[in-house]
Ligand binder design. Structure first.
Ligand SMILES: [Zn+2]
Length: 610
């Protein structure tokens, strides 16, 4: 569910949209004298009131623009987004005024959250601010318009990222894959100069807010010193690295069998052969990697089709999952206002997303549901966002978000992990759960998605943090990128990628300046949540077979965390669900244990690492 969106995290989601105000209304001054008369309570009340109003307008405009795409709805949406961003930036900079003013712990937290809510801070110099805003919008637009045209004389042959994705998914022709890979990476070299300037100016803005650089500003969101957070991420990676190395060795062996010496038996894996343009999700090459008898013993898509399951049936089934845990049913408006089916008469954004229009009860899902295995899991995932949103709706506005930005995605995925064969039996879709002999297929498929992602989820910001801090200089952008991809992923290009290229810019989140560590955290946390909730549910099966369906005990634990929102540091929220304040990747090892022994067998005597 990596790409799905959770709409309307209050500030953060909005701030992903670039194009901040050029002329920032600065606070009238930062002097302590002035601060003496300032009342933080009044300030936060004003912030809450103003941002609530602007954000509701923003979500309404966003909803209409995505479910009824026209030039006008897009323009309205862009305008209201701009208003939210401008206001947030103004308030974030204003919040600095209260640094030395006495405030209750809750108020202090709200002020702090405001200060770290920006993804990009513009410098106070109006000229520089305008330049930064323009560059950021350009980088985003350049990516969005990115196309590779194999034959420039034939525009119809041009491939955008969707078509590139299709080829990477479906083709096993090494030459074609390499061509398409190189083709897509031609979109980013023109971004290179702009990106260096963008780094310079956004760092300047971050320093004005009191952060050493933009990367430190991003890391400051995690309730711990930025450097401690860097160490924490490394620690989690060390826990799962041995498992990744085995998966890497196994997949490399299979790719060597398929492609011969293009894949060296003991070297890094070529970047273009893993079924995904960034090699961040390998599940598209499942068939190539799976052993002969690895089918899971049932096909959920076939079952749903046989049952003539409708989109509404699928959503109702998802809702029943949550009510079985003790959550109240979704409000009537959810059913009236959501979009479950692709309309026949107009353009819409089909990409699944969960919305929280009024930050209270107006919850919605937007999705073009098909009766497939994937959509069945996705609807369980999306509803996770909605139930989270409702659980924290009574908190002050600035606390209406997940405990950190990894938590929201992790919750949806946690519930999706409960969509097990045993669950399908309970809800009458499957007669009998397949026995343990089918686990290899089920788990290998999941490892290719979840474990393969981890090093990628980590390295994007490893690169950016170092770029922002100046440790990576502009003249080494590409070299440093590939050094990290080699170090963490064990992946390399099969051809020289020197500094005439700018390969990081061919990834959306770099061009659009969206922080990425949240996805790494979400992939770690979901297994920790799943293990803890399965224990609360009294599940005695291996945890990859546990579902928390119909467990009010698990539901109680889950709700204890969800209802905290962002009101307390995330380790306290984690403790509610997992009984510990530390993130812990060992749940991943538990989950994949049966596959681990099998992998050991497969790669016996083969090289590990690169
Ligand atoms: Zn999601």
């Amino acid at each position: 569910m990596l790409l799905d969106l959770m709409k309307t995290h209050l500030l953060i989601a909005m701030l992903l949209t670039l194009g901040m105000s050029a002329c920032t209304a600065r606070s009238s001054g930062n002097s302590d004298a002035e601060a003496k008369g300032a009342d933080p309570k009044k300030f936060i009340e004003e912030v809450n009131e103003s941002l609530l109003k602007l954000n509701i307008e923003g979500s309404q405009a966003g909803w209409v623009s995505e479910t009824y795409i026209t030039d006008d709805t897009s323009a309205l949406n862009a305008r209201s987004n701009q208003r939210v961003i401008e206001a947030t930036e103004r308030f974030a900079k204003d919040a600095v005024r209260f640094d030395k003013v006495e405030a209750t712990p809750d108020l202090r937290r709200e002020l702090d959250l405001l200060k770290v809510s920006l993804v990009m801070a513009t410098p106070s110099d109006p000229k520089e601010s305008e330049e930064l805003t323009r560059i950021a919008a350009n980088l985003d637009a350049q990516y969005g318009k990115g196309k590779w045209c194999p034959d420039p004389k034939k525009p119809e042959s041009c491939l955008d990222i969707n078509k590139i994705t299709d080829v990477m998914r479906d083709s096993r022709d090494e030459k074609q894959l390499r061509q398409v890979w190189e083709g897509w990476h031609t979109i980013s070299p023109p971004m290179r100069k702009d990106y260096a300037r963008f780094v310079e100016l956004s760092n300047k803005g971050a320093r004005e807010l009191g952060f050493p650089d933009s990367g430190a500003m991003w890391r400051a969101k995690y309730d711990m010193p930025p450097d401690a957070f860097t160490k924490e991420v490394d620690r989690l990676w060390d826990q799962v690295r041995p498992l990744y190395l085995k998966l890497h060795a196994y997949v490399r062996m299979k790719l060597h069998d398929r492609y011969g010496d293009i894949v060296l038996p003991n070297g890094p894996i070529p970047a273009h052969l893993l079924g995904n343009i960034w090699a961040q999700d390998w599940s598209n090459i499942y068939k190539l990697a799976a052993p002969a008898n690895a089918d899971p013993g049932y096909n959920l898509t076939d079952i749903l089709k046989r049952h003539k399951t409708t989109p509404i049936d699928m959503v109702k089934t998802g809702e029943r999952f949550y009510t079985s845990l003790g959550f109240a049913p979704l409000p009537q408006t959810f059913w009236e206002r959501s979009m479950f089916v692709k309309p026949r008469d107009r353009e819409v954004v089909c990409h699944a997303s969960a919305w929280d229009i009024d930050f209270a009860d107006d919850l919605r899902v937007k999705m073009c549901i098909q009766p497939t295995d994937e959509d069945f899991k996705t609807i369980h995932h999306e509803l996770g966002h909605n139930f989270y949103q409702r659980a924290y709706k009574d908190l002050p506005l600035l606390f209406r978000d997940s405990a950190n930005d990894g938590f929201h995605e992790a919750i949806g995925d946690t519930i999706a992990l409960s969509v097990t064969p045993e669950y399908l039996v309970k809800i009458g879709l499957l007669d009998k759960a397949p026995d343990a002999s089918r686990d290899i297929g089920l788990l290998l498929d999941k490892e290719l998605e979840k474990i393969a992602f981890l090093p990628f989820g980590l390295l994007i910001d490893q690169w950016r943090w170092k770029v922002f801090s100046g440790e990576i200089k502009p003249e080494d952008y590409n070299k440093a990128w590939w050094d990290l991809r080699l170090k963490y992923q064990g992946i390399a290009p099969t051809f020289l990628r020197r500094e005439e290229f700018f390969d990081p810019g061919a990834k959306y989140h770099v061009a659009a300046n969206v922080p990425y560590t949240r996805y790494f955290l979400a992939f770690i946390l979901q297994f920790q949540f799943h293990r803890a909730l399965s224990q609360a549910a009294g599940c005695t099966l291996p945890i990859h077979r546990c579902s928390i369906y119909q467990s009010p005990d698990a539901g109680k634990r889950l709700n204890a965390m969800l209802s905290m929102g962002l009101s307390r540091p995330w380790p306290e929220a984690l403790e509610k669900i997992a009984g510990t304040k530390q993130m812990d990747a060992t749940a991943i090892l538990d989950y994949f244990k049966p596959l681990d022994a099998w992998l050991d067998e497969q790669i016996k005597g083969k090289p590990i690492g690169w």
